[in-house]
Design a protein around this ligand. Structure first.
Ligand code: LLP
Length: 427
């Protein structure tokens, strides 16, 4: 469910026409729907309410302060992976005791800052990190709290670059080593290890990898408890997929909950989740205008004013994003966003950006309605890891971000200027 739909032949975000935003703010622009964002947050929170799960939004997916503030106000916590993300979460109004900090390479300064802030817990990824957090907490006269990130060795069946829960990835501690780690670091002076964390990958379209991972984790906790360890929470990470290709490509989170709640209910420890994509993925689109058309060999290219620096997912992960004109010709108004959709007056094109790399494309061999210079295209399901992974490559100022709320919209990040491009540099 989202609030991007075609009414009277043109694309609306909630009650605002996409064309109006593009005209007034320019392109490329990310457009987010407040109602969609909050709907997905509440859907996750409600689905896991029977186990009173703490939801920590994975801020890496889309860190805009305004968006984070809306989530914080709704009661959401944050999953951060850097000092910058911690700064952002706090600036957005995140409560320190609802912030968890993951990542394989936390620096001493980042650890110290997180301790100073009083975050809820570190998700710790190695023995060396355990020792370092204990040492720094000792120096500061603080007592740190942490969870061990285990690597449950399940296959999430997702892209190799976003698979994290299998052996031989850099993440976490192998599950068969975890017991020994808990034993070895049982009595640290300045760090209390009291949780278990896992994150198997992203996006995950199937339920079974979660069921397998949670089954392994709860078994491990039972064993740890038998050995006298007190485990106070289990953090299941994020990864719930969204609909990129078809309206029912991804399972609603309620289905995941249905499968996982029986494994979690009645446990004497708390449950946490770290969804990013599920909350913000379908809450954002990228608007871009057609600059030129050209042919090359047998190929037709539609050159648009958004590029791989704005949305790198297609070239980095071979990701599919549904793309369609905001004002399609009559007969081409899509009933649903489906990769099988073929336009009546269509053509097969590569949708490419202005960057000097052949990897600069947003779609390859894509059947689209015929478009002309100046037409507005919408790239859907771009809310997660869209703006967040954007860069200034080719010295392109980063896109504007807009949030729609009913009949109104506001600029929540202005378009960068050329001055912004050089602002941090010294000559
Ligand atoms: N927790 C941890 C420890 C993570 O590493 C991640 C994502 C999440 C939670 C949130 O996962 P989500 O619910 O958003 O799927 N850039 C890639 C995705 C990378 C995910 C990295 N970790 C993409 O565009 O598909």
């Amino acid at each position: 469910m989202d609030h991007f739909s075609y009414k009277n032949g043109e694309l609306y975000c909630e009650s605002v026409p996409a064309e109006r935003i593009a005209r007034e703010v320019g392109t490329p622009t990310y457009v987010y729907s407040k109602a969609t964002l909050l709907h997905h947050y509440h859907q996750v929170a409600d689905a896991f309410a029977p186990v009173k799960a703490t939801i920590c939004y994975s801020i890496k997916s889309c860190g805009n302060l305004h968006i984070c503030r809306l989530l914080a106000e709704a009661g959401c916590g944050f999953d951060v992976t850097s000092g910058g993300e911690l700064f952002r979460a706090l600036r957005a109004g995140g409560k320190p005791d609802q912030i968890i900090y993951a990542g394989v390479g936390k620096t001493d300064q980042e650890i110290a800052d997180a301790l100073e802030t009083g975050i809820a817990a570190f998700n710790i990824e190695s023995e060396a990190e355990i020792e370092n957090i204990d040492r720094i907490a000792g120096q500061m006269g603080k007592r740190a709290v942490g969870a061990i990130r285990i690597n449950p060795d399940v296959d999430p069946k997702t892209h190799v670059k976003t698979t994290t829960g299998k052996k031989e990835t850099k993440f976490g501690v192998d599950i068969d080593r975890a017991e020994r780690v808990f034993e070895q670091f049982r009595n640290l002076k300045n760090l209390r290890i009291a949780g278990l964390h896992l994150h198997i990958g992203s996006p995950v379209y199937e339920i079974q990898p979660y069921v397998d991972a949670v089954t392994k984790a709860t078994k491990l906790i039972d064993e740890l408890t038998r050995r006298g360890h007190r485990i106070e929470w289990l953090d299941l990470g994020g990864g719930f997929a969204v609909n990129y290709k078809h309206p029912d490509q991804a399972l609603p989170v309620t289905e995941h909950a249905k499968a996982l709640l029986p494994l979690l209910k009645g446990k004497p420890y708390r449950i946490a989740l770290e969804p990013g994509r599920y909350i913000v993925g379908n809450a954002g689109i990228l608007l871009s205008r057609v600059l030129y058309r050209k042919t090359g060999g047998n190929k037709r290219f539609v050159i648009i004013d958004a590029a791989m620096n704005d949305l790198i997912r297609p070239t980095l992960y071979d990701s599919y994003h549904f793309i369609w004109p905001a004002k399609p010709s009559a007969g081409n108004v899509p009933a649903s966003r489906d990769s099988d959709l073929v336009a009546t007056d269509g053509e097969t094109v590569d949708v490419v950006g202005p960057i000097c790399e052949s990897g600069d494309y947003l779609a390859k061999d894509r059947p689209l309605p015929k478009t002309e210079r100046g037409d507005l295209l919408a790239v859907f399901t771009a809310g997660a890891y869209g703006f967040a992974m954007s860069s200034n490559y080719n010295n392109r100022p980063r896109a504007a971000e807009v949030l729609v709320d009913g009949e109104n919209y506001r600029l929540i990040r202005r378009r960068e200027t050329y001055e912004d491009l050089v602002a941090a540099e010294n000559v």
